[in-house]
Design a protein around this ligand. Structure first.
Ligand code: AHG
Ligand code: MN
Ligand code: MN
Length: 331
């Protein structure tokens, strides 16, 4: 039995936002509803796990040369099916598809997504997520180039975190709100409003196994954190790494912290590990909307002009004081 009678549903929340967000009257809510219909299905698939025979590798590679898991493909298909049926969607682009997919030529929105983020966590029953970014159509007909808008143009962005609870974390450009899925009713309820990331933190998230490959500014920042109370920073730091950006960003939105996936020299041709358009941009929008900062170390992420659907970028985001400090080290 569920006990959520006096919480606001997502659709009531969206109605309450209509006076403040003009796009909601132009079908943005239908786009969100489509993304969430797919997410509900993904949440159910993940819950079934081995019982549904959907764990493990699909033995195929995506455009980035990464081996796809069965659930990467299932989640991608769910999102594409739902968005294709959604009239306001003019086109979509996914981590798992080389090219963009055109939809309704009269649609107003472009949707980019990482259908399953942190997919190395699937087979060990740890948290994963779906990340999405919604851009306006600014030119027709829609081509790949139509998607190449800086993150500052996003109309909405968010993620669904499939953890012990399934959560939607959403921004429409006026703050960040959290909704929890009631699995019995299939309804998302508002459970936290207007998140604010503390400016100060004593927690960092980075894959330490890459340390020897980092550039000097990141080496300096992390070694000062590791030096703790008796070092330059005069305080001890804690470290966390979920191996799913959705999980790490959710912790930072909940209690502060800094997340970094910097450029490294392991493969100098790669600009970074994470992808600008469906990982860095939506997460940076959420982080800024909650009072945090997001940079590449050298530039605000939301100002970067994209030139490829799958381009990679260094990412440093979270508590403002720490992001400012590591960015200042990049000179
Ligand atoms: P994806 O599963 O969509 O390819 O993304 C995984 C990303 C990100 O979620 C996470 O922060 C990072 O890769 C983990 O990288 P490591 O394997 O270096 O830990
Ligand atoms: Mn990802
Ligand atoms: Mn993914």
């Amino acid at each position: 039995m569920t006990t959520t009678p006096d919480l606001q549903t997502l659709s009531d929340f969206l109605d309450s936002q209509r006076p403040h967000v003009a796009e909601l009257d132009q079908g943005l809510d239908q786009v969100l509803t489509a993304v969430l219909a797919a997410s509900r299905q993904i949440s159910y698939d993940l819950q079934q796990g081995a019982l549904a025979g959907i764990l493990g590798s699909a033995d195929t590679d995506n455009v980035q040369g990464e081996v796809q898991k069965k659930l990467d493909i299932i989640a991608n298909d769910s999102l594409i099916d739902a968005l294709k049926r959604c009239e306001p969607v003019a086109g979509m682009a996914s981590e798992e598809n080389d090219d963009c997919i055109a939809n309704n030529p009269a649609g107003r929105y472009l949707v980019l997504f990482d259908p399953l983020d942190g997919s190395s966590n699937i087979d060990v029953n740890m948290s994963v997520g779906t990340i999405f970014s919604i851009l306006p159509v600014t030119q027709t007909p829609v081509t790949k180039e139509s998607f190449f808008q800086p993150g500052s143009r996003q109309i909405a962005a968010g993620y669904v975190l499939y953890g012990p609870a399934t959560l939607l974390v959403l921004t429409l450009g006026n703050g960040v709100n959290v909704f929890t899925l009631d699995r019995d009713q299939g309804e998302f309820y508002l459970t936290a409003s207007q998140l604010q990331i503390p400016a100060d933190t004593q927690e960092f998230a980075i894959n330490m196994s890459n340390q020897r490959h980092w550039e000097a500014p990141v080496q300096r920042y992390i070694s000062e954190c590791l030096a703790g109370k008796t070092g330059e920073r005069g305080k001890d730091f804690n470290m966390r790494w979920v191996a799913s950006m959705v999980g790490d960003v959710h912790r930072i939105l909940s209690r502060g912290g800094i997340f970094m996936y910097p450029y490294d020299l392991k493969d100098p041709k790669k600009a970074g590990r994470l992808r600008l358009m469906y990982e860095a941009n939506p997460m940076s929008f959420l982080i800024e909307q909650a009072g945090g900062q997001a940079t590449t170390g050298r530039q605000r992420i939301l100002d970067v002009q994209p030139n490829d659907l799958h381009q990679r970028i260094p990412v440093m985001l979270g508590s403002a004081v720490e992001v400012r400090l590591v960015t200042s080290y990049h000179g």
